[in-house]
Design a protein around this ligand. Structure first.
Ligand SMILES: Cc1ncc(COP(=O)(O)O)c(C=O)c1O
Length: 374
């Protein structure tokens, strides 16, 4: 499927230019249909939905594992990024005096769970980016012999900077430091493959670039780290029921990452997510990334020629779909308003205008954005 074909699955793009995927993605038509069908199935079947939904859950587990180069047994479905990060932060076997390195530019979803885990005797050590974006060198300078974990976003939400995860992974492996990645700003827009770039844990909601529903997320735990995490939540979902009884509480714990799915999952969310992911699989993340970073480059050049200041005009290898900029002459709010009046939807973050470009966007939309700027 080409980016043009992908675009046809987003009916909302017929009458607006949406460049706000880094905030909330539009849900493509087939995903709306699949989610609605799952609700209709429960309306019709009642408890038959459990059998009915099984193949979808299985397919989604395979698809989400393929997306990140993992084994299906290493993937769990949770509600959002925070739940995934909390599962790591609260479940990790901290020793008193340990520290975790966290950037000062992280979204709170990747900060509060670590701060909360300080009650376990570990310390959150904040790392300041030295040159606008967090780099491997920044982490290397902050790490010491008590550093047990580095928590980082694959793509920074404020400026779209894609950290060199390969180099960070090597750094962590050499020092036996765990690497926990918030990948919500990377999945479906930038290559992300744990079979090439080993990490220990990953958490991501699906409601941004993956264009799934709000309230559903992927969690990855490397096979050999499964038993490292203490479970915060356990329930019937975390266990295997060996026979027919529901009240013999001697069920063994699931051997795969499914043990983190303590109770019932949202079948409607899973079905919608599966259909959205199918579109991205058919298009290919490498194609989407090439398309989006090409448009981002056009945008950066257009902005510069109009006197705007892109914050991080990074090379495509370190870019995802986000471009942020400021103006000496106009406030971010007035720029957003002008763009909204022209039917172009973007967002503001930390005093800058943030444009997020996906595979479904076009060069005409970039031209229209440049033309609409004050
Ligand atoms: C880097 C990053 N992580 C996480 C989130 C969201 O976290 P959650 O899925 O828990 O709502 C966002 C944006 O909302 C984000 O930009």
């Amino acid at each position: 499927m080409t980016p043009q074909d992908l675009r046809r699955h987003f009916p909302a793009l017929e009458d607006k230019a949406y460049m706000n995927w880094a905030s909330i993605g539009l849900i493509p038509g087939p995903a709306v249909a699949a989610g609605s069908a799952a609700l209709a199935a429960q309306a019709e079947l009642g408890d038959g939905i459990i059998t009915d939904a099984k193949p979808t859950l299985e397919r989604l587990r395979q698809r989400s594992a393929r997306l990140i180069g993992a084994d299906p047994g290493e993937v769990a479905f949770l509600r959002n990024t925070v739940e995934g990060v909390s599962t790591i932060a609260s479940g990790f076997p901290w020793r008193s005096g340990d520290n975790v390195l966290v950037g000062t530019v992280e979204f709170p979803a990747n900060v509060y769970p670590w701060l909360h885990a300080q009650r376990k005797g570990m310390e959150v050590r904040f790392v300041e980016p030295s040159e606008g974006a967090l780099s491997v060198d920044d982490f290397a300078a902050a790490a010491d012999e008590h550093t047990r974990m580095i928590a980082v976003s694959a793509v920074q939400f404020t400026n779209g900077y894609r950290i060199d995860l390969g180099a960070l992974s090597e750094f962590c492996q050499e020092r036996d430091i765990r690497l926990a990645v918030d990948s919500i700003q990377a999945l479906a827009i930038a290559p992300f493959d744990v079979s090439e770039t080993p990490i220990d844990y990953m958490a991501a909601g699906v409601h941004k670039w993956l264009c799934g529903p709000v309230g559903f997320g992927f969690f990855y735990v490397r096979q050999d780290r499964l038993d490292e995490l203490e479970l915060n939540e356990v329930g019937h979902g975390s266990h295997v029921r060996p026979g027919d009884s529901w009240t013999e509480y001697d069920w063994p714990l699931r051997e795969d990452a499914g043990r983190f799915e303590a109770g019932a999952l949202s079948f409607a969310h899973a079905a919608a997510c599966d259909a959205a992911l199918e579109l991205f699989e058919e298009t290919g993340v490498a194609t989407i990334h090439g398309h989006a970073t090409g448009l981002a480059q056009l945008l950066i050049e257009g902005l510069q020629s109009e006197g705007y200041r892109p914050l991080l005009p990074q090379p495509a290898s370190q870019a995802a779909g986000i471009v942020t900029f400021k103006s000496e002459r106009h406030s971010p709010e007035s720029i957003e308003e002008r763009l909204r009046d022209a039917g172009i939807f973007i967002s503001l973050r930390e005093g800058a205008v943030r444009i997020s470009i996906h595979g479904a966007n076009t060069s005409d939309e970039i031209d229209a954005l440049i033309a609409a700027l004050p």
